[in-house]
Ligand binder design. Sequence first.
Ligand code: SAM
Length: 232
Amino acid sequence: MVILAAVLLLIGLALLAYYLLVLTEGVFLGRRLVVWLYDRVAKRYDALKQFDSDYEEAFLARPLLFRLADMTEPHLLDVATGTGRVPALLLGHGAFRGRITALDASSEMLAQAAQKLAPYRGRVTLQHSPAAPLPFADDTFDAVTCLEALEFMPSDAAALAEMVRVLKPGGLLLTTRRSDWEGKLFLHRYRSRDSMTDLLRALGLYQIEINPWQVGYEQVWGVKVGRMNYEG
Ligand SMILES: C[S@@+](CC[C@H](N)C(=O)[O-])C[C@H]1O[C@@H](n2cnc3c(N)ncnc32)[C@H](O)[C@@H]1O
């Protein structure tokens, strides 16, 4: 009986550890642990994700460049850039003429990004920082991106509020929401489409669109209300 209880306890603890460290990537244990886990995985991150370049071009670069087309030399901020997915995609694209500030709380993920982005020195700045607060003045960036990261932050609302604060009026936001069953494992942190839309509206965004994207994620777009909208 005692042995059975011990075995059940061990299985329970193993499942709990799997839930806390793998399925929800440490988010219920605080930002330091999330960042520590990303520091550990950084060198293997790209190999694990295996991004498909055709898919990235069609479903990330093109829609982003389409929405940036009216901006001459946009300054884009990529929050939680990881190994530099968004900067590498845009800076390697002839159609993107702007520059990028890429920020992450994991120094090891940023080290991988630095290697990948070395050919674009002068057009990209890497910054080691959490997503909230952001170390930038109000109304700084033409566009802000933050992919596959909001759900791992201590407060997605606080991080989004910071992203909107540093966006210029009329600036573009692209972020993501978890849309698979695993997203619901984040419990009260899970955001339905309606909840995400309400939050972005409350933060001062309009033209909000939520579109299917890759497995487990949807793209969430919005534009920061500009002065025209306040006056008009
Ligand atoms: C799943 S990766 C996504 C990376 C990249 N955006 C991409 O699409 O490949 C999540 C990233 O969020 C970063 N991150 C997690 N919590 C953060 C926080 N509070 N502030 C800044 N970065 C954070 C991690 O270090 C990691 O690089």
